[in-house]
Write a protein that binds this ligand. Sequence first.
Ligand SMILES: *Cc1c(COP(=O)(O)O)cnc(C)c1O
Length: 389
Amino acid sequence: MARDEHKSGINTRLAHIGNDPGAFHGFVNPPVVHASTVLFPDAATMASRKQKYTYGTLGTPTTDALAEAMNELEGAAGTIIVPSGLAAVCVPLLAFLSAGDHALIVDTVYHPTRRFADTLLKRLGVEIEYYDPSVGADIARLMKPNTKVVFTESPGSNTFEMQDIPAIAAAAHKGGAIMMMDNTWATPLFFRPLEHGVDISVHAATKYPAGHSDVLLGTVSANAACWERLHETFITLGVCAGPDDVYQVLRGLRTMGVRLERHQESALAIARWMEGKQGVAQVLHPGLESHPGHAIWKRDFSGASGLFSFVLDAGGEREAHAFLDALQIFGLGFSWGGFESLAVQVSLADRTIAKGPYAGPVIRLQIGLEDVEDLKADIERGLKAARSL
Ligand SMILES: *Cc1c(COP(=O)(O)O)cnc(C)c1O
């Protein structure tokens, strides 16, 4: 690429990474290559497989464009692209864990990650242990001779505990384990795990990279030491993503910077406004000075996305449902990272350590791109309904 993009600002890079117009007749975007078969010019080339592309499952110019963009954003040696964020969690765990190994997973992990560990990984003979998100360097005490992977997600799923990633990574490496992180919340724009000791960074690209609630995709980016094994497992499993979805995520990256600026600004404004509001016991957003993990967030992260939770000051499911049912703009639905605001009551039933206590039900908000004043009015409606039971 002609420009020295590594020195450019993030939005400049997002506008160009992964694209190589000179390679495709000047068209700005790469082609969407639908392919299984790739032809070889002769039998010798076919036998040696000595050409850039050989079969659809092994990569195309479309998947390469997104992988290159993610390598640049994550500072990675290589990136695999898989059909969902959940697949992006499972493939690296399968790549680096074997029967007889021990894995440490944060207790505040995304629930389907826990389900994968507790069912499939256990069945394959892997010992799973959950750790407190506030563990920091003390994770060294949980390391066993057979600990091969430490898997983390920071902030924690739904309750937003911040973890001391550099301290945990240092202890993991000292004990001979590799460190994986689900970095979906921050995106590589607000946190670059590989620069903080993480070996493998996972994204549900379904969220902010796609940005429009219409695509499922996952990416896994590895440092040089872990790339070969990750890539080999990806090829072995055949979990390649469809070209249209890959293209949509590449398209989403072009606007991810400006979208995230707005998500960040609106979510912080609403979180601040909710603090101390009648009926609200606590706002769980690491960008707030009141958050117990604020200092770590400020030290390691360069921003916050649009997802946070709050705690009603009393009641249970009845109050939570009254809040949710009164909303007119926020949709009731899973996932996040799209243009529209969403709300959901959080379940802490799977937690073994980080259970609270919380004064009342925990509700998660995804702040979309709507006008803040309209979202505030909607939240007022919800709080009023919860109060008036
Ligand atoms: C949504 C999500 C996933 C899974 O992504 P899907 O594409 O929905 O499978 C994984 N990790 C985190 C933190 C998520 O929020």
